[in-house]
Design a protein around this ligand. Sequence first.
Ligand code: VG1
Ligand code: CO
Length: 540
Amino acid sequence: MTTISTQPIAGQKPGTSGLRKKTPVFMGPHYLENFVQAIFDVVGAQGKTFVLGGDGRYFNDRAAQVILRMAAANGAARVIIGQGAILSTPAASHLIRLNRTDGGIIMSASHNPGGPTEDFGVKFNMPNGGPAPEAVTEAMYKRTTEISEYHIVESQDVNLSVIGRSQLGDMIVDVVDPVADYALLMESLFDFPAIAAMFKGGFRMRMDSMCAVTGPYAVEILEKRLGAAPGTCINATPLPDFGGMHPDPNPTWAKALMDEMFSANAPDFGAASDGDGDRNMVVGAGIYVSPSDSLAVLAANAHLAPGYKAGLKGVARSMPTSAAVDRVAVSLGIASYETPTGWKFFGNLLDAGRATICGEESFGTGSDHVREKDGLWAILLWLNILAVRQQSVAAILAEHWAKFGRNYYSRHDFEAIASDKADAMIAGLRAKLPNLPGEAVEGLYVQAADDFAYADPVDGSISKAQGVRILFEDGSRIVLRLSGTGTEGATLRLYLERYAEGPDGLDLDPQDALAPVIRAAHALAGIEGYIGRVTPDVIT
Ligand code: VG1
Ligand code: CO
């Protein structure tokens, strides 16, 4: 064991989901090592078992060897690692739980692009399989500011290409199939024979893994186990630079899939997932499903899948996610929770059995089967629902809106803004909040305005300043917050929502339906004045 002296490196503060930086920063002297040592210093490694894996992006393989050596030097008893250092985030969460380990380290910058000049990331998940809560990530950050040494063993690389057990110093390394246990879990939740029969009957699907981690999972589950036609899965080989794609499954970045789904010969169902496999986008033939609507439809129909036939204990959504799922919860007579952005806030609700299904507007949905959002899980639940209901995606959405009304919803992202300008804009808006109620903007009357704070109902922890929200008398809503996953400047996320009860007006283009809300948002926040832009970079 070697102890190397080091110095604190500024800025190792985890954001919404782990520490993310440009790859060259992560590859810089002691950068990865300092952060990993801070993790072990906070959670303790002596005698413990951890899971390790990543989404296969550039530096994944090198970083895995460093983390293994450091785990051994810090006294860990055993590390379970996916073959080739690959694990999707939900598969890692599952392995942490299945093997009753002491947590895991996931190497990913998720939906951020990968490659030598793009992004890399590291996050720690707790023994429950979920992302470390704020108190823990804060302690890790604090540790990085005072670190003076790290421990590492000197050794050759561990062979991660072959499944099996080996030894690194006193530590056991178990290289496991990244897909097998996860696929079994999916089989235990969903009616695979019914989905297979649907494919056999000619149902066509396109699954775009965006050259990221879900490729091997999708091929095994959809093509091999469920019998979807060979070639159903595209971009299914994980590449270090994601083939130059931006592995964020939304209509902008998964454009090829969108084009196919809106073409004359569109498949019945389309789906895509992100870099680390925890996000999903689903699309029907000729119809896009907004993530907030997807969450609501999944909650309303989950009982059709074997794993959820007993019904749901409750549902939870992040604050900026539309209230569509709340309406489903009311009709099911179950609780609904509103949390800050980021999956770490769902962990306590899931552990306490208060919520079964959770979701975010950012293409993330999941359940208590793991403690992360899970892209393929959502896709399989959709397939199970389609197999049982024998209806198109469009028909299912239309029936859903007819029953519950429609929460028109959109998110506008303004990327790579100078941080000082973004901060000034949010500060300006915060200062205005107390005076907004009662004001009229673009024909909308402000009912309430605040900066969202969350009191965790399970452990009582408080999280403040989680997004500015402006609620209007007609139920429309604007939310503004700055992204916590970016690595360059600031990204403003503007979330827009408007409810239509129906029966008329359920078929509008969301951007048209939301037009007055969008105008009100620009007027209230003065976006153009602060950042000089009116047109967002990405609309979802
Ligand atoms: C974004 C999303 C958030 C999600 C997070 C991590 O965070 O808005 O809903 O939980 O990414 O997702 P932010 O702070 O940039 O808005 V992933 O797939 O990157 O692990
Ligand atoms: Co992700």
